[in-house]
Design a protein around this ligand. Structure first.
Ligand SMILES: Nc1ncnc2c1ncn2[C@@H]1O[C@H](COP(=O)(O)OP(=O)(O)OP(=O)(O)O)[C@@H](O)[C@H]1O
Ligand SMILES: [Mg+2]
Length: 1016
């Protein structure tokens, strides 16, 4: 028997169930409820308001039903079930008996069946009604709105008939009775099935191979796909409550789950990652899993698009032409198939890869709702993302971070960040690429021995480079490989060797590049022109126009562009956009017509590029301007118009090519009158100037606090460019006068490579700094990279950085040698008891150490005991944070006993640590003896009144504690009464937090009046 109570208990589940399904499903439930007279017409109108989020309507419906009888609740469950059956139902609907006395009533009573019967005939019926004068043209248009599905139009028609008292209901009833019964819910299911099969086959073929960049082999994606760390961002920018995690990792199959949803009304899942972090590969894997029937079964249709390709669609497109002409053409029943897609948007997934390569900036200025009317490709894309088109169809958009504006984020359902491979991931990747016995082991050993290279390998594209160039690496060792430029030169060498196998072995001093210089410059010219016109795909004509020759292609850096479109002709692209930037950098450095002054633009690129050049220029590859034409716009013009992020990558490569390490190589290639020395001087000067400007823009210190700086996005890039240049003197000069006490680089995608660059520059600081790197992807390898700058850090904040015991043990080893190092924050990492010995030695041997925060890790009683031993030998620590670990009673006892006579600890947090009576008693005893502790945080444990009484006993003899936090325990009025007695005679205590314990509202009021220090 379904009672109202049971209904209420099921409420959140029901809301989820109703809101997660389609609007179609919800309306079908309403049909049943109307027909059974559970809902009145007023009720129905209040839950069928167009434009309202489904979840709001669902909640409203449940409120209405709840206020009715228990039987209504039962009927709601029945309607949900019926609607489900109806979705699967394939047999023709039953006929109904007709009651001519009250046609409007009759329409309502048989509503579910009538909707089923007329949904395929609404157009014809409307024409008929118009002809007979039952309806006006305007009313017809209202019902016909393209945003409605066929069944929704049928319902709007019935709603219209219900309220119009002009005989239309009677007419409709008679007419409907004569209509032929539709054979199946969807007019031509076979066409849909055939289309689905064709789409699957297409997507399966497209996603099967990961074509390797040198074009020599095709790898099965299945064989080499390696898990990539995927994090879901909770809200923007770390504004969460203290202690709340910034990110959670998720697995690919769960990317559409509701966890991490920031806007339940939006359909778009945003996948953000730096260049080469594996976004396209992850999407390809998603497509493959769907096409091979392994996952994502909820989608009947998946349409993959690449933004790079889409922007070349130069004619107006509708949803229909987009899906059919740009992705997969239905060989029969186009109309039926399209109608099915419109009627079942929740079964459709559309993916757009590489939004950063889309030359049009996101805007929500122009609204376009008609799925059949054509519009510009960008307007179509933006309206799809906004949900004006194909509402409820899921969309996945991938992009590098710089292209995502707050504007676009408004329409994002959830945001995922790709963090690259874990350490195990790198190993797995190498093993998947090299099955020869022992080879993968040798590569992995080599990597582990070279932490700078290991750090780079967290970015999948670098793992790929290492994997491809393993021969060269194993041959010469990789000790000298530090920078990204080193890596790209390595791959260049690899390709050169590959293209000229007969050439002499290379080595230091052998001018391996010179024979290929003309090729490199031709590719570089094309690359630069492409960046400047936001063109990443090149037609044969464009290649020819920039002088690219057959032998240049044989080098293997230009590969056939992948395209899902049936229209686009064969075209080529650089195998990765970062390689396009790399070649552009070569050209900027060695191109005969590039003056030194043109390079200034690389470092003064503040303006967003005007998209006008791109708009005036190629909409289709073949109509694009020739490179010579674009050259007239001059090199600095191209740099000005290129995407700023690509300019930054190019600038970093240029700096790298000018490093001492590579100067010899570049000099071998320069022409007689090349302005190389001028270029070098200019780049040095520009970099130093840009950094100085950056530092000068930091606001002065707040009185009483050290000068603090929050890194701007440009900061990380400048630091990376400096690192690429490997110019110690420049690094020294850049920061020598920087008087900042706190450097904050949070949420900046700092991985191991960025850590190496930061350390390279920051180690030259004259004054100690607090370095805050919270919410990045530092990892153990990044920690290792940071070590050189530890001597100038007095504090290091590494919250939420995927660090394990290994990384911390290395850090502590180094920290023991660093006199100034005093604070370490490691909230939300992967620490276990295994690192506590190391941390204990930090406490024991570093007698000026002040603060250790270890919240939300995996430390148990075992680790707490080890830490307690460290504490016994320590007399400097002021803060110890263990929030969200599992130290339990035993751990609390060990820590408490170590603190009896600790002279300095002021703040101890044991929030959420499964502490009960035994722990509380030990802490009470500690309070009796301890004379330094000022704040004790015990929220979210299992403390009861008797534990409160114990703590009260401790407090009686305590004279230092100012704040006692006991929120979210199981304390009642009785426990607080005991506390009140001790508070009377204790003026030191400033507040006792008691929210979330067991009090009635009256008790709360009464207690607040008794002592204002109780926070209830
Ligand atoms: N999950 C993975 N498993 C195996 N290899 C991968 C994976 N992800 C990326 N790679 C390798 O790294 C290369 C670069 O990845 P991908 O092209 O997907 O990066 P991206 O994030 O799309 O870069 P961009 O921002 O430039 O578009 C791939 O060609 C592949 O060799
Ligand atoms: Mg990509």
């Amino acid at each position: 028997m379904c009672t109202q109570e049971f209904f209420q208990a099921q409420r959140s589940q029901l809301v989820g169930q109703l809101a997660l399904r389609s609007l179609e499903n919800f309306e079908s439930i309403l049909d049943y409820l109307l027909s059974w007279e559970v809902l009145t017409w007023e009720d129905y109108e209040s839950v069928s308001l167009p434009g309202q989020p489904l979840s709001t309507l669902a909640r409203r419906l449940l409120d209405i039903i709840w206020n009715k009888s228990g039987q209504s609740c039962e009927l709601l469950f029945a309607a949900v079930k019926k609607a489900e059956e109806t979705e699967e139902q394939t047999e023709p609907p039953r006929l109904w008996s007709q009651d001519v006395a009250s046609p409007a009533q009759d329409l309502q009573r048989h509503r579910p069946v009538i909707v089923r019967k007329i949904y395929g005939h609404v157009e014809g019926i409307l024409d008929l009604l118009l002809e007979r004068g039952f309806i006006t043209k305007y009313e017809c248009d209202e019902i016909r709105l393209p945003i409605f599905t066929s069944s929704q139009r049928a319902r709007r028609l019935l709603d219209f008939a219900k309220v119009k008292e002009n005989g239309v209901a009677q007419f409709l009833l008679q007419h409907v009775h004569q209509l032929p019964v539709l054979p199946a819910p969807f007019p031509d299911a076979t066409a849909c099935q055939k289309y689905r099969a064709k789409l699957k086959a297409t997507v399966s073929a497209q996603s099967r191979f990961l074509s390797t960049y040198d074009g020599t082999e095709n790898l099965y994606l299945e064989d080499i796909y390696t898990e990539n760390i995927l994090e879901v961002r909770k809200g923007g920018g770390g504004g969460g409550a203290p202690g709340q995690k910034g990110c959670d990792t998720v697995e690919l199959p769960d990317i559409f789950s509701d966890s991490g949803c920031v806007n339940e009304h939006a359909d778009t899942v945003l996948l953000v990652g730096e260049a080469g972090s594996g976004k396209s590969t992850l999407l390809q894997q998603l497509h493959r899993l769907w096409a091979t029937g392994r996952l994502f079964h909820r989608f009947l249709f998946v349409f993959p698009f690449s933004c790079r390709q889409l922007q070349y669609v130069d004619k107006p497109v509708s949803v229909k032409t987009l899906l059919f002409e740009q992705c997969c053409w239905p060989d029969e029943g186009q109309q039926e198939v399209f109608q099915y897609l419109l009627d079942h948007p929740d079964r459709v997934l559309i993916t757009f890869d590489g939004f950063d390569e889309f030359k049009f900036k996101f805007t929500d200025r122009e609204t376009h709702c008609s799925p059949t009317d054509p519009t510009s490709v960008q307007n179509l894309l933006f309206n799809l993302l906004r949900g004006n088109l194909m509402k409820n169809a899921k969309k996945v958009l991938t992009s590098r971070p710089h292209a995502i504006t707050p504007f676009l984020r408004k329409y994002v359902r959830k945001e995922l960040g790709l963090k690259g491979f874990s350490q195990e991931g790198i190993e797995l990747f190498m093993r998947r690429h090299h099955s020869e016995p022992g080879l993968a082991d040798r590569i992995v050993r080599l990597l582990k021995a070279t932490s700078a290279l290991h750090g780079l390998c967290h970015v999948p594209v670098f793992s790929w480079i290492v994997s491809r160039c393993h021969k060269e690496l194993l041959q010469r060792g990789c000790g000298s490989l530090k920078t990204t430029t080193d890596m790209y030169l390595l791959i260049l060498r690899h390709f050169v060797m590959h293209a000229s196998p007969g050439a002499a072995a290379w080595g230091p001093g052998i001018p391996f590049l010179r024979p290929w210089l003309p090729t490199i410059l031709r590719l570089g010219r094309l690359a630069l022109w492409g960046l400047g016109t936001c063109s990443y795909v090149f037609s044969a004509k464009q290649l020819w126009a920039s002088g690219v020759e057959e032998e240049d292609l044989s080098l293997g850096f230009l590969v056939r562009s992948k395209s899902f479109s049936q229209e686009s002709s064969a075209s080529l692209e650089f195998l990765h956009i970062t390689l396009q930037c790399f070649f552009a950098a070569f050209y900027l450095l060695l191109g005969a017509d590039v003056s030194a002054s043109a390079l200034r633009r690389l470092f003064h690129h503040h303006k967003k590029p005007s998209r006008s050049l791109a708009r005036r220029f190629p909409v289709s590859c073949l109509q694009a301007p020739e490179p010579e034409e674009a050259e007239e716009a001059s090199v600095s013009g191209l740099l000005q118009k290129a995407e700023p992020h690509n300019v930054q990558i190019t600038a970093a490569f240029l700096a790298g090519l000018l490093s001492r390490e590579h100067r010899g190589l570049v000099t071998q290639c320069q022409g007689a009158s090349s302005p190389l020395p001028q270029k070098q001087t200019l780049v040095r000067r520009c970099l130093a100037l840009a950094l100085r400007r950056h530092f000068q823009s930091i606001p002065p210190a707040v009185p009483g606090e050290g000068k603090s700086m929050h890194a701007m996005p440009e900061f990380v890039w400048l630091i990376r460019s400096l690192y690429e240049m490997q110019d110690e003197r420049l690094a020294r000069e850049a920061v020598s006068k920087l008087g900042v006490g706190h450097l904050k680089v949070t949420y900046c995608n700092i991985g191991p490579a960025e850590c190496a660059a930061l350390a390279f520059v920051l180690k030259n600081l004259q004054q100690p700094v607090a370095l805050q790197l919270d919410y990045n992807a530092v990892g153990d390898v990044g920690v290792e990279q940071l070590l050189p700058c530890l001597p100038v850090c007095h504090a290091l904040y590494l919250r939420d950085n995927n660090i394990s015991d290994l990384g911390i043990c290395r850090l502590v080893d180094q920290a023991l040698q660093c006199e100034q190092f005093q604070k370490l924050a490691l909230f939300n990492n992967k620490l276990t008891d295994d690192c506590t010995h190391s941390l204990a030695s930090l406490l024991k041997y570093k007698q000026n150490f002040l603060s250790l925060r270890l919240g939300n890790n995996h430390i148990t009683a075992v680790g707490a005991k080890v830490l307690a031993e460290g504490l016994k030998g320590n007399d400097s620590l002021q803060c110890l944070g263990l929030w969200g670990n599992k130290v339990g009673d035993e751990g609390a006892r060990a820590l408490a006993s170590a603190l009896h006579d600790h002279p300095s600890l002021k703040w101890l947090s044991l929030v959420g640590n499964n502490i009960g009576s035994l722990g509380a008693q030990a802490l009470a005893l500690m309070l009796e003896k301890n004379v330094s502790l000022e704040e004790l945080c015990l929220e979210e444990n299992h403390l009861q009144d008797e534990d409160m009484c114990a703590l009260v006993c401790g407090l009686k003899k305590n004279s230092s504690l100012k704040i006692l936090k006991l929120s979210n325990n199981s304390i009642t009025l009785q426990g607080v009464s005991a506390l009140l007695q001790v508070l009377e005679g204790n003026a030191t205590i400033k507040s006792v937090w008691l929210r979330g314990n067991i009090f009635t509202p009256e008790e709360i009021e009464q207690l607040s009046l008794m002592d204002a220090r109780l926070l209830l």
